[in-house]
Design a binder for this molecule. Sequence first.
Ligand SMILES: Cc1ncc(COP(=O)(O)O)c(C=O)c1O
Length: 355
Amino acid sequence: MKRDIKDLLNPALRNIAVYKVDGGQEAAVKLNQNESPFDLPFWMKEQILEEFRLEPWNRYPDILPFRGMDAYADFLGVSRDSVIMSNGSNEMLYTIFLACLSPGKKILIPEPSFSLYEKIALLLQADIVSVPMQPSLDFDADTLIERAKQEKVDFIVLSTPNNPTGKSLSSQDIARIVRECDAIVLVDEAYIEFSREHSALVLIEECPNLIVLRTMSKALALAGMRIGFAIANPLLMAEIAKPKIPFASSRFAEITLQHVLRYYYLVTDAVSYILGERERIYMELEGIASLDVFQSDTNFLIIRVPDAQKVFHALVSSGILVRNVSGYLLMENCLRFNIGLREENDQLLEKLQSL
Ligand SMILES: Cc1ncc(COP(=O)(O)O)c(C=O)c1O
């Protein structure tokens, strides 16, 4: 008699689920994945395709995408051995967690936070120390530090600005956590371009226990290209590189990144537009008595409505897709939507006002 297939697998699989996005990928007004509403201009796509045509498609790319890494290191003004490029920052998260965690290691995760952190930690059978946000959804930096010390955690992951709350840790609090805690600290800056706070990158030279994570999927509008980066002290970077999947980034992603960095003013313009719209929508939503809106440092806003499920479905039936984040700790009846084009935002506002 053979064993049940599930008994042959990693026991951690019993505690995790397949990643899914409720509501699917298609909608007239798609605001559910914190993407940029601006695709690359056609002329730039043409330039990228032209360059890609000349590449040898039969040859492996570099083991690590050095061209992309050089371009981004130059852009940030750091040395090339301080950065690693990945196939989206999700891939980098797996790599960093593999390098930092094993059964019995302790990871501190503020809650609610980006769901992938808990999933990978469970997969690696690490012990999770969860520290709740405040009821305002703000971080509780003092408690984070206290718990990290009490529990002697090995690894701390901070999404700041945070998905799904939209709130940031202050630059001072990040520095305190990195300096005071005897742990590797991963600062996921997926939304940093939209933040009122400064990046933790300035701490890299001083703090050998800090890793900063960046994605090109949000402000740089390259979600479809799958580009992420880790930045850290070269000694730590050399260790992080060990579990990295070889050849994971395509030649196409490298070339695209080079072009987008060359025309970075387009990113800056898009970010200004999104910040202007974020402010406008925030003010409009503040005028709707039956909902609460939270201040955000990201390209998305969180609202609390009387019945999130009902509002979610009413929006879907009008072709507007948002994310129901009610399942997260402290976020009962909350919906999340990213800032879209002005006319898309107007459609959302009109519908919310009518509801
Ligand atoms: C906080 C945070 N980190 C990482 C990611 C993953 O981004 P990507 O894999 O597209 O780089 C996301 C995506 O939504 C995110 O919100």
